[in-house]
Design a protein around this ligand. Structure first.
Ligand SMILES: [Zn+2]
Length: 66
């Protein structure tokens, strides 16, 4: 059974990238997750910047994104 993970702020259902990015940006051990738009807002970045970082982390082979 897979539990749907939702953004702690806006309630949006989260994908693997959102979860991985929350771990990367906040804390690897966190059990509170945020969607990319809410993470961007929290860190005062644009969503595009975070999406670009996700691409970079994947290209680097970051294990959080595998
Ligand atoms: Zn959100």
């Amino acid at each position: 059974m897979t539990e749907t993970v939702r953004c702690a702020r806006c309630g949006a259902p989260l994908g693997k990238d959102d979860v991985a990015m929350t771990r990367k940006m906040i804390n690897r051990g966190t059990d509170t997750f945020f969607c990319v738009p809410c993470l961007a807002d929290h860190f005062e970045l644009t969503e595009e910047v975070l999406r670009e970082k996700i691409r970079e982390f994947k290209a680097m082979g970051c294990t959080l994104f595998s």
